[in-house]
Design a protein around this ligand. Structure first.
Ligand code: AHM
Ligand code: MG
Length: 339
């Protein structure tokens, strides 16, 4: 099959619009805006090292983490692109303390979607030329369209997501997304700036042999996680498993999605609930994982059923191949029962 026979992302979005009854095209326009912002950020990421965009910005974000210049740039690009097209009524970003209300002009009056975004995930990898990503999550607002968005519009459980996706700026740039009807992946042809459907109907293998966790934090991990790691390392059957950890969730997740594996960021490190954020990272990845036949849990409960209480809430994260996540959960439960 030549590339020209693959649908482009733009064509695919329009084809899929018909999957939604009473579709007004608003979600299609929103996804197209994300596609545009992705290309702008991709262009800059690819030039990092040539233009003065590497390094720290000099400030900390709302999480107290050092912001990189590209973090700030990507945040601005996504917010500007989405707000100027008036396809959303509100945006919450991992980089901003509070959500942003997009003022209602005539066109935006009926805008019913809010977007939550981690504009540049894995940004500590930028300066060393390792893949970074973007993660996004889309919900239908619950407050009345035409009125200002409220915090409740953003604090919805992940099972209410309308769409979610991630972008990997890697050896090639890929955009992977779901609207709740399976997962599809698109690869950017940088020569012509067009995404083509390269990975239709993606499925995570039910089993895998890769585990991804920052083992440098081992001493602080909960006993269930320590025992699961030892299980992964034992010599028996398919084990020992391979350990792979890039430190960039999008890339680690993407590899596990294609090859089969588990990603874990447990509690017990410097943060009692782990490092990853429920709204910007875990919910969208959990939605994609489930849509691809995988699983996502906090060690005990389904991620998508957690009722968020704050915008920047963190949560322990176990995600990937179904059988691997269930095995890790069994170790967590056994430890809990023994206490
Ligand atoms: P970020 O959004 O500030 O980049 O943080 C999230 C990243 C994930 O991409 C990655 O899996 C994790 O943090 C790595 O953390 P650590 O260096 O503690 O292993
Ligand atoms: Mg992140």
């Amino acid at each position: 099959m030549t590339q020209n026979t693959h649908p482009t992302l733009g064509e695919f979005i329009i084809q899929k619009q018909d999957d939604f009854v009473y579709s007004s095209g608003e979600l299609s326009r929103l996804l197209s805006s994300i596609k545009l912002a992705t290309k702008i950020v991709n262009y800059k990421v690819n030039k990092a090292g040539l233009v003065n965009i590497l390094g720290e910005y000099g400030e900390e974000n709302v999480q107290g983490e050092r912001q990189q210049k590209l973090d700030v740039y990507a945040n601005e690009v996504f917010i500007d692109t989405l707000s100027q097209r008036e396809v959303v009524c509100g945006i919450a970003s991992e980089e901003n303390e509070d959500y942003i209300e997009i003022p209602c002009t005539t066109n935006a009056k009926n805008s019913k979607y809010v977007v939550l975004i981690d504009p540049l995930d894995g940004s500590s990898n930028i300066d060393v030329n390792v893949s970074v990503g973007t993660i996004f999550s889309i919900y239908r607002r619950i407050s009345e369209p035409g009125t200002p968005v409220t915090q409740e519009d953003f604090l919805q459980p992940g099972n209410q997501q309308v769409a979610a996706g991630y972008i990997v700026y890697g050896t090639s740039t890929m955009l992977v997304y779901t609207t709740g009807n399976g997962v599809n992946g698109f690869t950017l042809n940088p020569g012509i700036g067009t995404f083509y459907l390269s990975h239709p109907d993606m499925k995570i293998p039910e089993d895998g042999n890769i585990y991804s966790i920052n083992e440098g934090n081992y001493a602080k991990f909960p006993a269930g996680v320590k025992k699961y790691i030892k299980y992964c390392q034992e010599e028996e059957g398919e084990r020992p498993y391979t350990s792979r950890y890039i430190g960039s969730l999008c890339s680690d997740f993407h590899r596990n999605m294609l090859k089969g594996g588990i990603y874990i960021y447990p509690s017990g490190t410097n943060n009692p609930n782990g490092k990853l954020r429920l709204l910007y990272e875990c919910n969208p990845m959990a939605f994609i994982a489930e849509q691809a036949g995988g699983k996502a849990s906090d060690g005990f409960h389904r991620i998508l059923d957690i009722q968020p209480t704050e915008l920047h809430q963190r949560v322990p994260f176990f995600c990937g191949s179904k059988n691997m996540v269930e095995k890790a959960e069994a170790f967590m439960q056994a430890e809990k029962d023994s206490q």
